[in-house]
Design a protein around this ligand. Structure first.
Ligand code: ADP
Length: 373
């Protein structure tokens, strides 16, 4: 029953290999989140290997563009200030920071924050995700393989199964792990002491987390906000430098306006603009950006064809709503989760839809926008 738990991991994702004592573990990666992001639809090249003109090597661009220090992490000022205090206090007490939960729409920088905290505290980051932890044994082996001071990052924690969640409670609260070994009359419970560690979790669906789980994030539950256009412009400027792309101010403003107030989308649009400029052997001007955005079917509010389709369906098929999530998902042939995580937050932010107890409705602003596009 004891076997090397990491044998199936790509060697790139392994740093230190330890043989595990409990269960199977295909669910952990080091400094590398293995989970797929819900907004792959919007920025599906983000995690792909690409050639970076900056260094000519094949690199993971998502990693390359990821901020490495607090200064490079633009915006989210309030969260940053709180985290700095929390980390400094923990450092002075010579103890790992308390457990943290980050929530908000995809692409706003939750994983980046976890990576930054690990860098700042010089801790080893071990990453996994809710759906990757299938059995209690998976979680047990992850926890028992942590070293003192490690940071465990669980992405999409809302997808953690309830039985597994309960194993996490004592681990988070008192650093102990209760496991039942064997079955029937010979079953016995053993309690393992865990090394002190920090759990950092991320979710796009805070409402799906149980109250007991939420309350165990003693270091705080932080909501990431959409970015302002100015903040997105700064992010584009930094990314363009890393990619070795010359971008003029107008083009930067244009990309920022259409980035859904989301850094990942901004980086994605920048890269697509760069591609077109490269193929056309031109600089990244406003005209090139506009052409690239048109080819991607992204309008002046940053909406793509799927967003507009959702508005159109509510408007045409359901007379502007209200329409329930179930019905809407069926009409769009989409997953409910995709509607809730990917489309809705930005449409709500722009005031194009409203959520009422009876379902979603489109607003006057949405009707005007649809007429124009
Ligand atoms: P999430 O985990 O919330 O889905 P990520 O942390 O993976 O989002 O962020 C996606 C990408 O956006 C990162 O790789 C990084 O390049 C960029 N990014 C996110 N937040 C920031 C920020 N505050 N400043 C600069 N770049 C950011």
């Amino acid at each position: 029953m004891f076997r090397d738990l990491y044998s199936e991991l790509d060697s790139r994702k392994r740093t230190k290999i330890k043989s595990a004592r409990l269960g199977s573990n295909r669910s952990i990666a080091h400094n590398n989140s293995m989970s797929r992001k819900p907004d792959e639809k919007l920025a599906n090249s983000e995690n792909a290997e690409e050639i970076s003109p900056a260094n000519g090597n094949t690199t993971f661009l998502d990693q390359t563009l990821r901020p490495n220090s607090w200064d490079e992490y633009i915006g989210q000022t309030n969260i940053k200030e709180n985290l700095k205090i929390l980390l400094e206090a923990a450092r002075q007490r010579n103890h790992p920071a308390e457990h943290l939960l980050f929530y908000g729409p995809p692409g706003l920088g939750k994983t980046t924050l976890a990576n930054l905290i690990a860098k700042e505290t010089r801790s080893q980051l071990k990453s996994t995700s809710g759906p990757a932890i299938e059995k209690v044994g998976d979680l047990a082996s992850i926890l028992t393989n942590l070293s003192a001071g490690d940071i465990l990052f669980i992405d999409e924690i809302h997808r953690l199964n309830k039985t597994i969640e309960e194993v996490l409670y004592p681990a988070m609260e008192s650093g102990s792990l209760d496991i039942i070994i064997g079955k029937g009359p010979s079953a016995r419970t053993i309690q393992l002491e865990l090394p002190p560690f920090t759990l950092i979790a991320a979710t796009t669906r805070i409402a799906m987390l149980s109250a007991p789980l939420r309350s165990r994030f003693s270091g705080g539950v932080h909501k990431l906000e959409f970015y302002t256009d100015e903040e997105i412009e700064k992010i584009i400027e930094r990314s363009a430098k890393i990619l070795g792309v010359k971008i003029d101010d107008e083009a930067k403003t244009e990309i920022a306006k259409r980035s859904r107030s989301t850094p990942r989308t901004a980086n994605y649009l920048l890269k697509r603009g760069r591609d077109l400029a490269q193929v056309k052997e031109q600089g990244l001007t406003n005209e090139i950006v506009k052409e690239a955005l048109q080819m991607l079917n992204i309008d002046e509010l940053g909406l793509n064809a799927e967003d507009r389709m959702m508005l159109q369906v509510i408007e045409d098929k359901f007379n502007g709503g209200p329409v329930g999530l179930n019905t809407l998902a069926a009409a769009l042939s989409e997953e409910q989760a995709t509607i809730e995580d990917v489309y809705e937050p930005y449409l709500l932010k722009l005031g194009l839809i409203e959520r009422t107890p009876r379902g979603r409705t489109t607003t006057e602003k949405a009707r005007e926008h649809l007429k124009k596009n």
